[in-house]
Structure formats: C-alpha cells, structure tokens
Design a protein around this ligand. Structure first.
Ligand code: ATP
Ligand code: MG
Length: 361
C-alpha cells in the first residue's frame, strides 16, 4: 500500500553532471533510490553547481546541457519514475546559493579541509594544491544547503559522500541550536556496496573508486562488448593469494557486487584460491551477470531517446517545484536568523520617513 504523500519522508540525493552514470552509481545509490521511490517523496538533484567546483571553464559549462540530459536519461533508464520524483537542476534554484552562504558562517575551514573526497576530486580534475577553488572546499556546505533546503530526512549516497552528509547533520544541529528548530536532521543511507572500485582502463584505475571524472568507469550505457573489455582490464590476485587478498581485490569486489548466485560466487573464490580456475573465468562470470543487469537498462534508454524533449520537460517541472520549496525554507532561515526583520525594519523606517515627508506643514 502506498503511504500518503503527506506522510512520506522526503529523500534527497543527486549526481554531478560530469559524465554518464556508471556501475558505482547503480550499486552505491541508484538501486536504493528505485527501491525507496514508492515510500518516499524523492528529490533528485542534477548538481551542476557542484560540477563547477572542478569544471568552471566556459567550454565545460557549454557541455552541461548534453551532460544534464545524459544523467537524467540514465536515471530514468534504471527505473526512476518521474511521476514519483522531483528531478531538478541545482543552478535553477538560486535560493540554495543564499542558504549555502549563510551555512558557510557556521563551519570552520579546518573541518572541511580534512575531508578526503575534496582531495580526490581535485586530483581527478588535475588541480594542484594551489589551484583548489574555494568552491571545491565548500562542496559539502553546498550539498548541505541542497539537503536542508528540501528539508530532506533520508539521503542515499555512496561511501565517499557519507562524510558530506555528516557535515549537513552538523550544520542542521548547529543552526537549530543557535536560531531555533528549523531543519529536520538528515540521515545518510549507505548501500551494501558503498564504494565500487574502478577498472584498469587507465593506470591505477582500480586503486580508486569508480568515478565519472577518473576515466575508470563502466558506464550504464556501455555496449556489452565495452563492458566485457573493461571487466577484462581487472587483473586477478597473484597465485598464492590468501582469502583476505581475494576479498580486498578489485576483481572480487565485482564478484561480490554483481554475481547474483552467492553460492556460485563462493565456489568461484574457493576454486580461484586453489588454482582451479583463473581470472578469465572470473571475468566471464561477472560479465554474464552484468549483461543480465544492464541489457534492460540499455533497452529502456533506447526507448526514452525516442522522445528527447521529455527529459527537459521533467527537469523544468521539477525545478519549478524545487524553487518554491527553496524560497519557503530560505524565508524561514532568514526569519530565524533575524535577517528578515533587519531588512523589513529598514524598509519600515524608510516608509515612515517617506510618509512624514508627505505630511503638510
Ligand atoms: P565525479 O568523478 O564527477 O565526482 P562520481 O562518479 O564520483 O563523479 P558523483 O556524481 O560525484 O559521481 O556521485 C553521485 C553519487 O554516486 C554519490 O552518492 C556518490 O557517493 C555515489 N557514487 C559515486 N561513485 C561511486 C562508487 N564508485 N561506488 C559507490 N557509490 C558511488
Ligand atoms: Mg564524485
């Protein structure tokens, strides 16, 4: 039975439009989003401002329409239902920038500079230490503004983003303590595969999490041949490997994440440790299950591509809705902090003065 819209908890999460979505998104957050969409009021943000933290050049901004389109296409392809979700463009909701600035006042720089994801994103974008923009340091604060603006209570994210949701929790608690209870306290929801490693299509690709910006991803829209080729880039653990070596290897992380028959996966590990099977067989087993997972997604994507204008329509509708809620939240925040009464006090004083000038002598 469907929970009524009123009683539904709001869920918010999102993706940077920095490239097509990949298998890490699928197991890290997309499956959870699809699973939860009936029972939650789902808000999915296409986080183009977060893209600007590492891609702010004019030609990079010029790529955004296509990238935004691709991300939304991926979301719908995996089963996100636009009737149940508000899908919106972050930069189309300026009240969020206002909120982000106010939240920036409540967090020490040191708290942000220690977060490892900031370093990783800078590395993927080829930025040196002295090139990291203030906006990248403030990435989690902007994310907190997204979450708190929507008054979201559940935030399904990958492992790398847990630290960011922790900042949103701290900011909500700190704000409520200082100015009164305005924000619900959000909670991160992390999947059983919080961090899928990348593939070795680039040097050292499997030593880091799969990322759109790192060139180490298997994209949801990749063809069956591309998927198989990318899976084959993963080397198996060397002969004599221990069970622990196996469990920590990127190749077997794919076994754990994608082999649906858990007994077959255990047998494969057992045989691999005893030298009775090799990496080729592991690649084939992973690829076979990935094909079962990805074929319907590819097919749905092809269907959706027949009506491209629908994607933009979904984003516009969602953004209009998000703008309304954002202004409501921003007004509450300004009220709670006393900024609204500061402004309205100045306006009232000016009106009184104007009235006084009009009075006859
Ligand atoms: P970029 O390289 O541009 O940062 P990304 O691949 O890291 O892209 P994001 O848009 O930053 O993707 O992340 C969207 C969501 O997907 C976040 O909740 C993030 O935690 C999750 N996610 C991203 N990569 C992985 C992964 N490899 N495993 C599990 N979850 C992931
Ligand atoms: Mg990322």
């Amino acid at each position: 039975m469907n929970v009524s819209a009123q009683a539904k908890k709001r869920l918010l999460t999102g993706d940077r439009p920095t490239g097509p979505l990949h298998l890490g998104h699928l197991v890290g957050t997309l499956h959870n989003r699809v699973m939860m969409q009936d029972q939650h009021d789902c808000w999915l943000i296409v986080a183009d401002l977060h893209s600007l933290t590492t891609r702010s050049r004019r030609e990079q901004i010029g790529e955004l329409p296509e990238l935004v389109h691709e991300v939304v296409l991926d979301l719908l392809s995996v089963g996100i239902d636009p009737e149940k979700s508000t899908i919106y463009l972050q930069s189309g909701v300026p009240a969020v920038y206002d909120l982000a600035i106010l939240l920036q006042m409540l967090i020490p720089v040191n708290r942000l500079s220690g977060i490892p994801t900031i370093r990783d994103m800078a590395r993927n974008a080829g930025l040196k230490d002295d090139e990291v923009p203030l906006g990248l340091l403030g990435y989690p604060v902007l994310q907190a503004a997204d979450i708190l603006m929507a008054r979201a209570e559940v935030v399904p994210v990958g492992g790398d983003n847990e630290a960011h949701v922790a900042i949103a929790v701290e900011l909500a608690e700190h704000f409520n303590t200082l100015y009164g209870p305005v924000f619900p306290i959000p909670e991160a929801m992390v999947s059983s595969t919080p961090t899928l490693p990348g593939v070795d299509t680039v040097d050292g690709g499997s030593q880091h999490k799969m990322s759109k910006s790192a060139g180490n991803s298997i994209r949801l829209k990749d063809s069956a041949d591309e998927v198989a080729r990318k899976v084959r880039s993963l080397a198996g653990p060397a002969a004599g490997a221990t069970p622990e070596d196996l469990d920590s290897s990127p190749l077997f992380a794919f076994v754990d994440a994608f082999m649906t028959d858990k007994a077959a996966a255990s047998a494969l590990k057992y045989d691999y440790l005893r030298g009775k099977t090799n990496a080729d067989s592991v690649h084939q087993a992973i690829t076979a299950d990935l094909e079962i997972l990805l074929r319907p997604i590819r097919e749905r994507r092809a269907e959706l591509m027949a009506d491209p204008g629908r994607i933009e329509e979904i984003v516009v509708d969602g953004t209009i809705r998000a703008r309304e809620v954002a202004y409501q939240t921003l007004n509450q925040v300004r009220d709670a902090m006393g900024l609204e009464s500061l402004w309205s006090g100045l306006v009232a004083a000016t009106q009184r003065r104007a009235e006084a000038r009009k009075r006859p002598y």
